[in-house]
Design a protein around this ligand. Sequence first.
Ligand code: UDP
Length: 459
Amino acid sequence: MEEIRQRRLLMVPAPFEGHFPSMMNLASYLFSQGISVTVVQTQFNFKDLSASFPDLNFFTIKDGMSESDMKSLGLLEFILRLNSICEPILKELLIINDDVDFIIYDEFVYFPRGVAEDLHLPNMIFSPSSAATSISRCVLMDNQSKGLLPPQEAISQLEEMVPEFHPFRFKDLPVTAYGSMERLMILYENVSNRSPSSGIIHNSSNCLESSFISTAQENWRVPVYPVGPLHMTNPATSCPSLFDEERNCLEWLEKQETNSVIYISMGSLAMTQEIEALEMAIGFVESNQPFLWVIRPGSIIGQESLDFLPEQFRQTVTDGRGFVVQWAPQKEVLRHRAVGGFWNHCGWNSCLESISSGVPMICMPYSGDQKVNARLMSHVWQTAFEIEGKLERGIVERAVRRLTVDHEGVEMRMRAIRLKEEIEASVRIGGSSRSSLNSLVDRIMSLTSLRSPPSHNIK
Ligand code: UDP
């Protein structure tokens, strides 16, 4: 009888906190289905994951890029550069080691696409973002190329709805704070070039985004697999964070009343203006609600320490009503009964973690997909509201009380809890996300079944 050959899959995550963990969860799942997985890491932001994922193989591309390159180039230019450096290195690797059957790569590290085409390797794109975000990039490019995009200073025009893209306004489209529009269009063209692939995997769920997922399928004419939220697929597997978690905040949460705490975190990249941080600090104090605030070192522009925050803020922390950490175990924090609301920049992982914990949000998006996600949260699922315009202490104070004390916040929490239940059902056996995962595995198996056995080995 012919022996069934194990399929060899190469997975290429983007080296960012908001991208890595979801791809690693998918890698673990695919391994559990009998597929051999090699994860390609970049030297930039390298983290040794072999102890957390002993069943997976790892390979590092020597890209020579560092944190200081990221700072000097800016995020957008850095991503473009990283892709052009990595493409020839990957190609050389795959010419020497011809045992790879299939490639899955993150949409922002699109360099494997050309390699896969040249070597006739089937491949799929992994999008750690919402399907609405994927579509919004195309809407942005289309409007930009037709000259229909209002300039960033035309405030009232930016408030208008984008035709045929309800409920998004022009100001919700994913422009970036990290580079020019011209360069952004080049990046998005690469990120959105998907039709040559065999499918698109989204860290999203049909129960959240069925209409956007259908639109994505029509746009790119390839199967779309909404398999998320991937952090719920296998809760026993967890990707270590790029930063050290301060777990003592969980003990502090134990002492707080149910649904009383506002948890504040802006993800791994967003930077806060000093004046905004000051207004937030005073607003949190004056809200009279307990708060847990993640302030990453260096994330307040121009400030290395928190000494600039006023005495009343320090006193509130000393008295135990406030708690500040540099990095929190966010998923556990959001599942804690004491957390009543989440003040966040609307990174997609944070949105998924928030709704899958039944926690309503205050959205303060900064850049890119965060604006799209904020609109999804506030106008599609209605489990959040957005803070817009100049941030002042009174606005902060009212927003916190609106979410954690007022009737409106209670209603948002009820909607968030209903959504949490739907998401939980979607990742269980028989649920839509679990079925998509099964279809994905079947598709990988069928696309690789015709390939001839390898002669060389990549480990
Ligand atoms: N996160 C965390 N601890 C923190 C802040 C954030 O573990 O104190 C995690 C959070 O759970 C999420 C990720 O960092 O999984 C941030 O990803 P997201 O997409 O929300 O934002 P990004 O960092 O990409 O802007």
